[in-house]
Design a binder for this molecule. Structure first.
Ligand code: PMP
Ligand code: GLN
Length: 378
């Protein structure tokens, strides 16, 4: 058959998780926690099931959850979203992103992505008939290069996708960078799809610079987040999109026909659980401690540490350890040293190889120590 996505194969996350399972390696590849979520959250969800909340919810999401999300966005970022017309509950961030793209990108529209980028963005744009315009983040630092972004903008530019804190590089945009973006987009009609799934994992006392904090960005943004990341439940696949009412209306036209609605009892459980802000307010400290434990161990190897400002990822430069290309290095590390990682080349359209690989530290301390024991032999 003539395929719509000829370049797309199995995702690197699936490939590396399968190899980790096959070889019995410690899996620091695919990003997901190996520890349990808060039992109170499980009780809130099972309680909703027991109360019979098991049929279709409203198309846009359970009202109490949309109100809890709007309340959080107001209290944390100071931007008020109308829970009825500006917040939509989605089947994870993945569905939020493709739905936003399908809602706004018309055939021939250009969409800017900053590489390295999460692997779903490019196929999503292609499925919408859009043209992908790739702009590299600065090699080595992964900071946005505003001259290059400006140079990539044309009258056909419809949207730009930004992800901070960033998967895979673990950088987080500064306030100055967000202001630069706001200034750059000000004279245009370009939409911003702001992938903020790691919004509650920013370290070293820095605030998360949500697009919601910047009125000129919020007015043109689909802000995307994921409860899977925030509450350690990646398998539940529930997230949300916040966007101004006219954008939300377009979003929901697509949403009602690609999922229609999202898991009812999980939404009720999340709404109840969100009443307490502590779980997300404590998340930076929770992950910063794991980051530091992991970095201390890695510092004793010949892997060179890159900064980790946010997310649950830690990147390392492998050049002092091996001459292998990143992808082969990850296979070799998994098979010979029993630790799975993800090559950054998987996040570039042309497979750009800069000798950097990504580890996920959303793991029990014992798992991180077991991985570090193995990496110490490198
Ligand atoms: N965006 C980024 C940057 C991610 O890392 C992930 C998680 N892999 C997603 C989106 C998708 O999130 P979800 O699991 O909620 O669909
Ligand atoms: N977001 C996760 C990661 O980057 C994986 C999600 C997936 O497997 N698609 O590792």
């Amino acid at each position: 058959v003539e395929t719509k996505l000829p370049a797309v194969g199995t995702t690197i996350f699936t490939v590396m998780s399968a190899l980790a399972t096959e070889t019995g390696a410690v899996n620091l590849g695919q990003g997901f926690p190996d520890f349990e979520c808060d039992p109170k959250l499980v009780q809130a969800v099972t309680g909703a099931m027991e109360r019979g909340l098991n049929q279709y919810p409203p198309m846009a999401g359970v009202a109490a959850l949309r109100e809890a999300i709007a309340g959080k966005l107001q209290s944390v970022y100071g931007h008020s979203y109308d829970a009825n017309t500006e917040v939509t509950v989605t089947a994870g961030a993945t569905q939020a992103i493709i739905t936003a793209i399908l809602a706004i990108v018309r055939p021939g529209d250009e969409v800017i992505v900053l590489e390295p980028c999460y692997d779903s963005y490019v196929p999503n744009i292609e499925l919408a008939g859009g043209t992908v315009v790739r702009v590299p983040l600065v090699p080595g630092t992964f900071r946005p290069d505003f001259d290059r972004i400006a140079a990539a903008m044309t009258p056909r530019t419809r949207a730009i996708l930004v992800n901070s804190p960033h998967n895979p590089s673990a950088t987080a945009w500064s306030r100055e960078e967000m202001l630069r973006l706001q200034e750059l987009l000000a004279p245009t009609d370009v939409f911003l799809i702001s992938d903020e799934v790691y919004e509650h994992m920013v370290f070293d006392g820095q605030p998360h610079q949500s697009a919601a904090r910047f009125p000129g960005l919020a007015a043109r943004s689909f802000i995307v987040s994921s409860f899977g990341k925030t509450y350690h439940v990646t398998g539940w696949k529930v997230g949300y999109v916040a966007a101004p009412a006219p954008l939300t209306a377009e979003f929901r036209k697509v949403h009602q026909f690609n999922v229609f609605t999202v898991n009812t009892p999980v939404q009720h459980g999340l709404a109840q659980y969100m009443a307490d802000p502590q779980p997300y307010l404590q998340l930076p400290a929770f992950y910063q401690r794991k980051r530091d434990l992991f970095r201390e161990g890695l510092a004793r190897t010949r892997l060179r540490l890159l900064p980790s400002q946010g997310s649950y990822f830690q990147c390392v430069d492998i050049s002092a350890v091996s001459d292998l290309p990143e992808a082969e290095f990850c296979q070799w590390l998994t098979r010979e040293f029993g630790v799975a990682a993800i090559p950054l080349s998987a996040f570039y359209g042309d497979g750009f190889d800069q000798r950097v690989v990504r580890f996920c530290f959303a793991k029990k301390d014992d798992t991180l120590r077991a991985a570090l024991d193995r990496l110490a032999r490198l």
